[in-house]
Design a binder for this molecule. Structure first.
Ligand code: HPA
Length: 234
């Protein structure tokens, strides 16, 4: 049994949704799964398994930041997970992004310590698995939601004293900032699993930071979770 995700092989489905927030994991399981069962609660990092349209699926909280996400993903793979789909929020850099838009991350620039520790500083481009990106693209197209596909940056900082310095990330075509995808993509690639990442824009970062209302965030995240389940099981 792994040290942190305390569960037995077979407790998790092969397909796992990965929100950062444990309470969002609980909400997803209770709202969208048939027959949800709590499979781990170690450190409050809740994990549930149930089914969606009759097929097994799990949800597991990663916590915030790449170090936490790296531990959780490594242990999920040890437990038999093969398809990992982060569902989270992001701060939008791209000028056209509006609050509540969906971002399908194709890659995650690793502005974090975890990936560079894993690669010993060797330049590396963490990427989502093509199968997951392909399925997410079609699920988003079917849903009609405003969707942007492209790279994001995974930062160690939420409170960054210098957001997007000199517009560098925007000029490089990076759509948005979040905090876990780079580690999830890297560990999945190292361990032969498939990973992807869907994000709802919860803030837009320009001259000033503008934040979505709680009500609009809930609706946008609900829609993203349905889309994520379609991506895994569509
Ligand atoms: N920065 C990093 N992660 C985030 C943000 C942000 O502004 N918004 C949502 N997740």
């Amino acid at each position: 049994m792994p040290v942190h995700v305390r569960a037995e092989p077979g407790d998790f489905a092969e397909s796992v949704l990965l929100p950062g927030d444990p309470l969002r994991a609980e909400y997803i399981a209770r709202t969208f799964f048939e027959s949800p069962r709590l499979v781990t609660r170690e450190r409050g990092m809740l994990g549930y398994t149930g089914s969606y349209r009759g097929r097994p699926v799990s949800v597991q909280a990663t916590g915030m930041g790449c170090p936490s996400a790296a531990i959780v993903v490594e242990e999920l793979v040890q437990l038999g997970a093969r398809n990992l789909l982060r569902v989270g929020t992001c701060g939008g850099y791209h000028r056209e992004l509006q609050l509540g838009d969906l971002v399908v991350a194709t890659a995650a620039a690793p502005q974090d310590g975890t990936v560079s520790s894993l690669t010993r500083g060797v330049p590396y481009a963490p990427a989502a698995h093509f199968d997951v990106v392909h399925a997410a693209y079609h699920a988003a197209e079917r849903s009609g939601r405003r969707t942007f596909m492209g790279p994001v940056v995974s930062s160690d900082l939420f409170y960054d004293p210098v957001e997007d310095p000199a517009g560098l990330w925007s000029r490089l075509g990076v759509l948005a900032v979040e905090m876990e995808a780079a580690a999830i993509f890297t560990i999945a690639a190292m361990r032969g699993a498939r990973a992807g990442c869907l994000l709802t824009v919860s803030d837009t970062i320009g001259e000033e930071v503008v934040r979505i209302s709680d009500e609009d965030l809930r609706a946008a995240v609900d829609n993203m979770v349905e889309l994520a389940l379609d991506t895994l099981h569509g």
